[in-house]
Design a protein around this ligand. Structure first.
Ligand SMILES: [Zn+2]
Length: 490
């Protein structure tokens, strides 16, 4: 069986500055960028992502994969329309050349917004459906932060969302999507999907599936997947930093040939989540309080999660509020990972390893993530910033932070990079010569993903209330387009 595969992904933070251009898709680093045709297979054959799951499953299922394109830049602002037009045309052209195919497997994120489209994935799925016709099964993996829309569900036979946040099951969901498509091609089932949107905006820390209530909702989804006639249940937490009509949590149920069963089951899970909404309220800590507690305890590593400046959700990653608080508190044995500031990196490289330098660090993208800091310190290391993840999330995926410098100011070392990249894997710090288990405090520009790799070494974890455009407290967002009423705004 011949199965076309590909994906164009983006997590669009509509509050972030500037459009995301084709250059971001091609060159921004942090993520692998654009891959075409056979490059898709070569890049991801060993990667624990959705496409890696398709590749692994294809062999077992007797599928011949026809790779189209794969692109996923670092999350950022609204996607430029010409970038979307160019990339989506590239995928659709290659699909035209690939047909006839027996099925389609897409690896999408589910929260992309372009200058003209609130729902880029809905647009893409509709165009894919147009090319392959009504009878060819289409399945896509989705991130747990997808804002799932009626158009997406209408144009796919199955949407297989990650069941985990941190996202450690992308590969398994890829395998599952491939199995669903294979079963449809072979006539063993007839997948039909239904959507229940839940009027809830959930701050990222409370979407974490390692803790209740989200852990319980996912357990319920798995229980329901065992019912006769149910093929797949997807629970999406939503990406609350996309200011669009369809933003928020949702449930997609795929049933075997029974649209009514799919809908009633999705409604049932949605009602449970809605009933438990008060449990989704946040517990955030002031950065000064978290640092004081860590210094008093003396036992590390204490993890500070600066989720408000998480580049994995489109934030600039050059915010200085956490770094300033650590320096002001004279915190010992502390690391900040990372501050993306090419100018500061260039300054460190000009000064050279082993030398003192005075650099202006961070706070340069906008005025929502703290002021630039002028710091005198010591340049301990300069690296190329390349590593591959070794922790449980996206294992094997290459990361390019760009040229990277470790700059030491008193007891605080700051990892400065050219590119934005969410440092959720310990390789982000180990690759520059820092051993995380030796640290008292590690401040991470990550909301939740770091928990996959750090939870076993952390003595405690604090979700900070720092300012920023990925602030977990969604009541601080200036929404204009969200459908109302919606919890917890109304
Ligand atoms: Zn996500």
């Amino acid at each position: 069986m011949r199965i076309a595969t590909g994906g164009i992904s983006h997590e669009t933070n509509t509050f972030a500055d500037g459009p995301t251009t084709i250059e971001h898709f091609l060159h921004e680093g942090g993520h692998p960028g654009l891959r075409r045709g056979h490059e898709v297979i070569e890049t991801f054959a060993q990667a624990r992502i959705g496409t890696g799951g398709f590749i692994a499953a294809a062999e077992d299922l007797g599928m011949e994969l026809v790779p189209l394109i794969w692109a996923f830049p670092q999350p950022s602002g609204i996607v430029a329309q010409d970038a979307w037009d160019e990339l989506s045309a590239l995928l659709i052209e290659r699909l035209h050349s690939a047909v006839p195919v027996d099925g389609v497997l897409l690896d999408l994120h589910g929260a992309m917004v372009t200058e003209e489209l609130e729902d880029a994935e809905g647009d893409l799925l509709a165009r894919v459906r147009d090319v392959v016709g009504p009878d060819v099964p289409i399945a896509s993996t989705l991130d747990l932060h997808a804002n799932i829309t009626p158009a997406m569900v209408r144009n796919a036979n199955a949407l297989v969302g990650y069941d985990t946040y941190p996202h450690v099951d992308a590969f398994e969901r890829g395998v599952e999507a491939a199995q669903i498509v294979a079963g449809a091609v072979e006539g063993r089932h007839k997948p039909v999907a239904a959507l229940a949107q839940i009027p809830m905006l959930i701050g990222p820390p409370k979407q974490c599936t390692l803790i209740s209530p989200m852990q319980d909702i996912i357990a319920l989804a798995h229980e329901i997947e065992q019912r006769p006639g149910i093929i797949c249940v997807t629970v999406s937490g939503g990406f609350p930093f996309s200011d669009i009509h369809d933003v928020g949590a949702s449930i997609v149920v795929t049933a075997d040939g029974d649209a009514d069963l799919a809908q009633s089951t999705a409604d049932e899970i949605a009602a449970t989540m809605w009933d438990r909404r008060e449990e989704f309220r946040l517990d955030l800590v002031a950065v000064e309080d978290a640092i004081a507690q860590a210094i008093e305890s003396g036992e590390g590593p204490v993890i500070l999660a600066d989720g408000s400046d998480n580049p994995g959700g489109g934030a600039p990653c050059d915010g200085t509020v956490m770094l300033k608080a650590l320096i002001d508190a004279n915190a010992p044995r502390s690391t900040v990972a990372i501050i993306a500031d090419p100018e500061a990196v260039a300054g460190a490289i000009a000064a050279g390893v082993g030398n003192q330098a005075t650099l202006t660090v961070g706070g340069k993208t906008d005025n929502r993530h703290g002021e630039p800091l002028t710091l005198t310190g010591y340049v301990r290391a300069i690296t190329d910033g390349n590593y591959a993840n070794r922790g449980p999330m996206y294992t094997g995926m290459p990361v390019a932070m760009g040229r990277t410098a470790v700059f030491v100011v008193g007891g605080v070392e700051v990892i400065m990079t050219e590119h934005r990249a969410q440092p959720f894997d310990m390789q982000a710090v180990r690759s520059v010569g820092i051993e995380p288990t030796d640290r008292l405090i590690i401040g991470l520009k990550s909301a939740v993903h770091f928990r996959a790799d750090y939870q076993n070494i952390a003595t405690s974890i604090h979700d900070l209330s720092t300012p920023g455009i990925h602030n977990p407290d969604v009541t601080l967002c200036d929404y204009q387009h969200v459908r109302r009423p919606i919890w917890p705004l109304d």
